[in-house]
Design a protein around this ligand. Structure first.
Ligand code: 13P
Length: 251
């Protein structure tokens, strides 16, 4: 069965409450009825509830940018799965390279978060991808295999099928330098092979793999035409209604 495309906007640390409300309203008007592609927005924690109320009743789903794996307690600054659920979150981004680079995210914490998210009946979007130095050193496959195997360790096939993987080459994030279609498809195909080795063909065929890294209206067509690219995780271009719409529409 063909995998349904999935476009998610990662707003990162952008939008005050008023800005988030305005963006969400614009998105509901522009693409709130689109159903042939799955669409989600991932605002900062402070704007989840407000954005959730605005997109309610539309086809756009709510996502968060991170979560803590513990259920509750003395973890100052952290947010639990139950808290995210209580404001209407469906998807949770885990292991974004900015978390890995700046906030000590490891394959082990990605795995703990993925398990917590699945146990709460939420949907993880698990980010993987190599740095420029790793790519130049020919280590893309080593890094991607380690990250994918680490993220899915101990997760059942049924739960794995509820996950999305986002392949985000770190050198393409926010740089304007997009992976060529060939680079993207090769990486996605390699990730699918890793899924085969962890699970089986059915899991590899079922799990969606988004591309992320400077995806824009002018390059989206080529990327989404690739056999193994099942959507996008969008940063900068998710912050303007017309840009985000320009990515969803060609799907
Ligand atoms: P950009 O689209 O701004 O490159 O960001 C991609 C990203 O990191 C999405 O999670």
């Amino acid at each position: 069965m063909a995998r349904k495309k999935f476009i998610a906007g990662n707003w990162k640390m952008n939008t005050t409450l008023d800005e988030a409300r305005a963006l969400a309203k614009g998105l509901v008007e522009a693409c709130g009825k689109i159903t042939d592609v799955d669409v989600a927005v991932c605002p900062p924690y402070t704007n989840l509830q407000a954005v959730g109320e605005i997109i309610k009743g539309s086809s756009i789903k709510l996502g968060a940018q991170d979560v803590h794996w513990e259920a509750k307690g003395a973890y100052t600054g952290k947010i639990s799965c139950a808290m995210l659920k209580s404001v209407g979150v469906t998807y949770v981004i885990i292991g974004h390279s900015e978390q890995r680079t700046y906030f000590h995210e490891t394959d082990e914490t990605v795995n703990k978060k993925a398990k917590a998210v699945l146990a709460a009946d939420l949907r993880p979007i698990i980010c993987v991808g190599e740095t420029l130095a790793e790519r130049k050193a020919g280590r893309l496959t080593v890094v991607a295999e380690r990250q994918v195997k680490g993220a899915f360790a101990g997760i059942s096939e049924a739960d794995a099928l509820k996950c999305t993987i986002a392949y985000e080459p770190v050198w393409a994030i926010g740089t304007g330098e997009v992976a060529t279609p060939q680079q993207a498809n090769e990486a996605h195909q390699f990730i699918r092979k890793v899924i085969v080795s962890v699970y089986n063909n059915a899991a590899a065929e079922g799990i969606r793999i988004q591309y992320g890294g400077s995806m824009k209206p002018d390059n989206v067509k080529d990327l989404l035409a690739l056999s193994d690219v099942d959507g996008g995780l969008i940063g900068g271009a998710a912050l303007k209604v017309q840009d985000f719409l320009g990515i969803i529409k060609p799907v």
